[in-house]
Design a protein around this ligand. Structure first.
Ligand code: LLP
Length: 416
């Protein structure tokens, strides 16, 4: 945990809004996740979900631990490779890839996950043209309902992700892949959603996935090199009960290991945690611009908004807050963002020590889907990021400036 005094100093040195990550915590969380599975099943690989936080320095830190990556765009693939993650440890999962992205995947020789046959055909012909056989897998839709925000549940049957198991839709996709020269199916993938606190939906999905793996072997003679169970392990934002990696592993591995008994080989187990690894290791620091009392509510206006942290507005997410250097003397406030929309409230009805202009508020658990989802809406330049290791903070991304806001823009000749 980073000391509040250091956070105050970093806010002074680099300004706000500022994302600060505890690198030692990231490493510890990665190791505890990996150990929970590896100690029970040796052939486990953690493919960190880059979408949670794709900052180069964080990825480099994870690469140094031997971590793999789940990427969902050409951009993430590019950054993951630049960070030093090996091609063989990267899986490219997205429901919609461009030809350029497929070409890049082929060039970089990473595993590609397809969620439909149409993309498979495109990829296979690109690979065939270049005389290559690409390693692929399919994402299946296990049709399980996880208790999470509807916008981040992905395993339901009406979701846009994956191929359905029903009607042998997924099985037929493998059959098709086996007929093609440009691809070789070597794995199976599922991801049922994110920020999940209970194991039941995971257990169900694993059991369906294992039944499917057995069917692949029996019906098509496919021996899988890996089975990818995706990400989704939740984190606690306000003390709610969530699974530890050990509890998570103990809950889902029995179904996985049972399924293995009917396979003739021992595939790798891939897991794609994103939020668990980086979420609690990051805070967003924001400064109080002004305070206001109305007959109905008290507002604390800060210099971050849903352009800096989208989660409260987008998913009604709760992120705990503290006022650095203050305690007691609490009052009920809404912490209001600086975006000109009523929906831009970062924290509703929060009991916070009485704040004054210039105070720094630390918003917790912002390491995942924080900066990664930030935008420059309202022409607020993207914030900067600091990585703390061994109690020392280093800037890992400079703050964008006003001139950066117009750097890529052009005024047509006729308007000059
Ligand atoms: N694998 C795949 C294929 C995914 O789609 C995702 C997340 C993950 C792994 C990582 O899931 P995690 O372990 O982080 O739960 N922006 C939302 C979360 C969207 C998650 C999308 N997919 C949020 O802020 O809650």
């Amino acid at each position: 945990m980073i000391e509040d005094t250091l956070l105050v100093q970093l806010a002074k040195d680099y300004g706000t809004p500022l994302y600060v990550y505890d690198g030692d915590e990231v490493v510890a969380r990665y190791n505890s996740f990996l150990k929970a599975f590896k100690s029970r099943y040796k052939k486990t690989k953690v493919m960190y979900a880059v979408k949670a936080n794709s900052s180069l320095a964080l990825l480099r830190l994870l690469a140094k631990q031997g971590c793999g990556a789940d990427v969902v765009s050409g951009g993430e693939l590019f950054i993951a490779r630049k960070a030093g993650i090996k091609s063989e440890d990267i899986i490219f999962t997205s429901s919609s890839k461009t030809v350029q992205e497929l070409e890049l995947a082929l060039e970089e020789d990473v595993i590609v996950t397809h969620g439909n046959v149409s993309e498979l055909l495109t990829f296979s012909s690109i690979a065939e043209e270049r005389g290559k056989t690409a390693r692929i897998c399919f994402r299946v839709n296990p049709d399980v309902s996880s208790k999470t925000h509807p916008k981040i549940a992905t395993g339901l049957k009406n979701s846009k992700f994956g191929l359905h198991l029903e009607g042998d839709i997924a099985l037929k996709a493998y059959e098709k892949a086996l007929e093609l020269n440009g691809v070789k199916p070597i794995g199976v993938h599922a991801h049922i959603g994110s920020q999940i606190h209970e194991s039941q939906a995971f257990e169900e999905a694993v059991s369906k996935l294992m039944d499917f793996a057995v069917m692949l072997k029996k019906e098509l003679g496919v021996e899988l090199d890996f089975i990818d169970l995706g990400g989704g392990l939740g984190i606690s934002h306000q003390g709610e009960k969530t699974l530890t990696p050990k509890e998570f592993a103990e809950a889902i591995l029995p179904n996985f290991l049972n399924g293995l008994e009917d396979l003739s080989n021992e595939p790798y187990l891939y897991l794609e945690p994103g939020r668990y690894i980086v979420g609690p290791a990051g805070v967003l620091l924001t400064k109080v611009n002004s305070v206001k009392k109305t007959p109905y509510k008290n507002f604390v206006n800060v210099d971050a908004g849903f352009n800096t942290l989208a989660r409260p507005t987008l998913y009604d997410a709760y992120h705990h807050m503290t006022v650095l250097g203050k305690s007691g003397n609490e009052e009920l406030v809404d912490v209001a963002g600086n975006v000109c929309e009523s929906g831009d409230i970062l924290g509703r009805d929060r009991s916070l020590p009485k704040t004054s202009v210039g105070d720094i508020i630390s918003i917790k658990d912002c390491g995942a889907y924080g900066f990664a989802m930030a935008s420059e809406y309202n022409s607020q330049p993207l914030p900067c990021e600091v990585l703390v290791r061994g109690g020392i903070g280093e800037l890992i991304r400079t703050r964008r400036s006003y001139s950066d806001l117009i750097a890529e823009q052009k005024i047509p000749e006729a308007l000059k």
